[in-house]
Design a protein around this ligand. Structure first.
Ligand code: ARG
Length: 458
């Protein structure tokens, strides 16, 4: 059944019909479409636009359709062009002419705006829960590794020693911000477009506040033209999803490096690795690579919708139907990636001795050696030069600063005493870093307490 055959004298060309049809992908939000319709008729009856009896018949019919789709008894095929036509025609088949009253005071334009918003709002909640699960796993790893020393890098060159807890804490912050973006989006998007009609509202005395409250919105949208043409909230969501993927991708890149034969900081569990068809020795970090790779398609969805919306005149245009497929793909992709990443990271093994040895060997304590001199009244710039010379000497001798004999230190500066070794030990270098946000255990422990409270409260 077409909802709009009346003013046409010819059948739609078959290719045109298929080209403009959206049922293949908008069937995904049949449940939202039906709950929107139930709220709509409930409001129509309250406003005496429908009788209570008509309302009940329609709601019964809609509920039956929902149950039958849920159970697989009713299959959504190609016969209707979109989910709205599908539900309405099945309703009329089930309850007769009264079903034809469902669309009173409504257009598919405000209907689809509502359906997509309801669907997206749910997805925002699901992504938020998955982020929270990931944060819980990360915090667990952090708690166990506040004294697991490893090198911190800049330019991918060893810089200063940190701990595994501190490194993971950086990602904790990123995913925490991602969650706060979910909360922002939800707050800003939570207004109900239903009752905006095609673009200019309606002459029926609809109670839009009531419909909005039935559907869990904070209130109705305040401009009917904007209501049917706004996809900002979806752009915001796709942008936030892109940021999540960017974070996951950075984390995956590090895990791939750490898992490499050269680094061996971590070992990805067999369940999250794959082999090679030709090289028997291989165990590849494919899951981390795929997660990194899938970032592209999520960015693609964002660019696609931004481009679709650019230059569209008010109000509804069919271009907007293109808001769905790639957005759905992005939502599925990000949810899948969050689940897999969580599994991979929680089963990964950390090679602590290798991490500590790496931190020990890369002159990551050079800044602390300079600070030792500063504490003995040498100006920092001079101290920097002195340690630079000592590093050069160590490189020539192929030893670390910890292994350089005291007389060699003293040759360059008489200020050095035996306590230099204590001052530049890996443990001292990390444990003395106690500013807020630094890796020293005491500083890290207080941040972990903040994170624990955060996860119980939000
Ligand atoms: N399938 C359409 C969409 O997704 C529904 C709205 C149709 N409205 C219209 N005036 N043709 O945007």
């Amino acid at each position: 059944m077409k909802l709009w055959g009346g003013r046409f004298t010819k059948e739609t060309d078959q290719m045109v019909y298929e080209f403009q049809s959206s049922i293949n992908f908008d069937k995904r939000f049949y449940a939202q479409d039906i709950s929107g319709s139930i709220a709509h008729v409930t409001m129509l009856a309250k406003q005496h636009i429908l009788t209570d009896e008509e309302r009940d018949k329609i709601i019964d019919g809609l509920t039956g359709i929902k149950e039958d789709i849920d159970s697989g008894k009713l299959v959504i095929g190609q016969a209707q062009e979109d989910i709205h036509s599908f539900v309405e025609s099945h309703l009329i088949d089930r309850v007769g002419d009264v079903g034809k009253k469902l669309h009173t005071g409504r257009s598919r334009n405000d209907q689809v705006a509502l359906d997509m918003k309801l669907y997206t709002r749910e997805q925002v909640g699901e992504v938020d829960s998955l982020l929270k699960e990931l944060l819980t796993s990360l915090l667990h790893i952090m708690e166990e590794n506040t004294e697991t020393y490893m090198p911190g890098f800049t330019h991918l060159q060893k810089a200063q020693p940190v701990t595994l807890a501190h490194h993971f804490g950086a990602y904790f912050e990123m995913f925490k911000r991602d969650r706060s973006r979910m909360a922002d989006i939800k707050k800003r998007m939570n207004t109900c477009p239903l009752g905006s009609g095609a673009l200019a509202g309606t002459t029926y005395p609809l109670d839009r506040e009531y419909t909005a409250s039935l559907l869990g919105f904070d209130g109705p949208t305040l401009n009917s033209m904007d209501s049917v043409s706004d996809r900002d909230y979806l752009i915001e969501f796709l942008s936030a999803l892109s940021t999540i993927m960017m974070h996951l991708s950075r984390f995956c890149e590090e895990i791939i490096i750490w898992n490499s034969n050269e680094y061996r900081f971590v070992e990805i569990d067999d369940a999250y690795s794959t082999g090679s068809s030709i090289m028997p020795q291989k165990k590849n970090p494919d899951i981390a690579e795929l997660l990194r790779g899938k970032t592209g398609r999520v960015y693609g969805a964002l660019m696609s919708l931004l481009t679709t919306m650019k230059g569209l005149p008010l109000a509804y245009n069919k271009d907007m139907q293109e808001d769905k497929e790639m957005a759905f793909d992005a939502m599925d992709t990000v949810k899948g990636c969050l689940i897999l990443f969580n599994g991979m990271v929680s089963t990964m093994r950390f090679n602590k001795p290798v991490m500590a040895a790496s931190a020990q060997n890369g002159f990551t304590n050079a800044t602390d050696a300079a600070d030792y001199l500063v504490n003995h009244s040498v100006p920092f710039r001079d101290a920097h030069g002195i340690i630079g010379q000592l590093v050069l000497l160590c490189i020539e001798k192929n030893i670390s600063l910890d292994e350089l004999p005291l007389e060699e230190y003293k040759k360059i500066s008489p200020v050095f005493e035996q306590d230099i070794y204590e001052a530049i030990s890996l443990k001292t270098c990390v444990e003395k870093r106690l500013t807020i946000g630094a890796p020293g255990k005491a500083a890290m422990d207080s941040i972990i307490t903040i994170y624990k409270n955060y996860l119980t409260q939000e």
